[in-house]
Design a protein around this ligand. Structure first.
Ligand code: AMP
Length: 381
């Protein structure tokens, strides 16, 4: 059966474009949260998936049927698809995390008990395992990949010591570009490309193109920050029946169709991409452009790498305020506040610092900033 649904959508500068959803060719549709509260369907075609798998198997990993892969994700998170598809393609084993219990402990048990050789994890797993690093040694792990959110260099370098035989990599990608599409190999000796302590997301995989676009939709110069845009055969043909979002998120330039990721990045002279936070984490305070990642960087430095999150929200007088959350049991933050005053311009110093015993995580294991903003709002109202 070959059902073709045709959508009419406005792309970029008002041109009308037809999007053919060949339903028979859709491998899966995943729903990602939308800023309006209505989830957006991301159809990934068989050829998108094929492009990912083709690129994945050309990353230079030496994998075979004796490998043992971890699958730690909910099936609604696209990282799960790599975690079971790649091993199934080569006849290797997949080890899944039980639904009950604490996720990071379950992951560790599997790694140890079954001598897993390949893992793709979200960074929060090692943030939580960090307290046990002294006791962890996983000699059999050969590939340790991280994806899903900013990966801090300090925790990864410590993790490298627990997995001395593993190639550790930071991979990056939105659901719209099929699982992941850039990669950066981490040097366990510490000479890594990073920005504010966040590891570089590296260069695009085989079937993807990257461009950094500034506010005027012009290509940015090297080291100039802008929005990361992706092109190529891993990129979805468009959101499911959502003309408005398609017009916002996709555009064409010089004959190439791009997806706007919403990630603020720059590229160095060697073509490596640096992640600097979400475009919407950049706020204007007293007319100054503030990146919340910079505040987090200094706070982590002072706290010797405790997990921190800076959020900004507008109060009832339309004044932006910055609030800093620190994970753990600390309660006295005067010294941190003073340190930040010394190292940051006054408009970047958080107006309040609060301790949270354990950061809320969403079902994908990423820090749930929306839940933190909710805490913020309940504190200020
Ligand atoms: P999702 O579509 O749910 O997979 O989320 C994609 C978003 O997660 C990206 O647009 C980034 O904001 C973030 N992300 C994924 N991988 C990384 C990474 N390695 N470093 C920083 N952010 C990442």
């Amino acid at each position: 059966m070959n059902i073709i649904e045709t959508e009419i959508s406005t792309i970029g500068n008002g041109k009308i474009k037809l999007i053919d959803f060949n339903v028979a060719n859709i491998a899966y549709i995943l729903f990602t949260s939308g800023s309006t509260g209505v989830p957006k369907g991301v159809p990934i075609s068989v050829s998108n998936l094929d492009a990912f798998l083709d690129a994945f198997f050309q990353l230079g990993y030496h994998l075979n049927e004796n490998d043992r892969f971890l699958q730690m994700f909910d099936l609604t998170f696209d990282l799960s698809i790599m975690s079971y598809m790649a091993p199934l393609c080569i006849g290797a084993c997949v080890y899944t995390v039980p639904s009950e219990g604490i996720k990071y402990m379950q992951v560790y048990k599997l790694l140890e008990q079954y001598d897993l050789t390949f893992t793709l994890m979200v960074p929060s797993i090692i943030t939580h395992l960090r307290q046990y690093f002294d006791e962890i040694r996983l000699d059999k792990l050969r590939y340790s990949l991280f994806c899903g959110e900013a990966l801090y260099e300090d925790v990864v370098l410590e993790w490298s010591k627990c997995v001395p035989n593993a190639l550790v990599e930071n991979v990056y990608g939105p659901t719209e570009a099929t699982i992941f599409c850039t990669r950066y190999k981490i040097n366990s000796n510490g000479s890594n490309k990073q920005l504010n302590g966040i590891l570089c997301i590296g260069a695009p995989m085989k079937n993807v193109g990257v461009a950094i676009i500034n506010d005027n939709l012009q290509f940015s110069a090297p080291f100039e920050k802008g929005e990361l845009c992706l092109s190529g055969s891993q990129v979805t043909s468009g959101y499911w029946k959502n003309d408005l979002k398609n017009a916002e998120a996709f555009f064409e330039k010089e004959g190439i169709r791009y997806y706007k990721t919403g990630d603020l990045c720059f590229m160095d002279g060697e073509g490596d991409v640096f992640y600097s936070g979400r475009v919407d984490f950049q706020v204007k305070i007293q007319g100054f452009r503030v990146e919340l990642g910079e505040i987090e960087f200094h706070a982590r430095k002072f706290l010797e790498s405790a997990a921190v999150v800076a959020v900004a929200t507008e109060n009832s007088q339309n004044i932006w305020q910055i609030y800093l959350f620190v994970e753990g049991d600390l309660t006295h933050f005067e010294e941190l506040q003073n340190y930040l005053k010394l190292h940051l311009p006054v408009y970047m110093v958080p107006s309040k610092i609060t301790g949270v015993k354990m950061f809320p995580l969403n079902t994908n294991g990423k820090i749930d900033r929306k839940a933190l903003i909710h805490i913020f709002n309940s504190h200020v109202s």
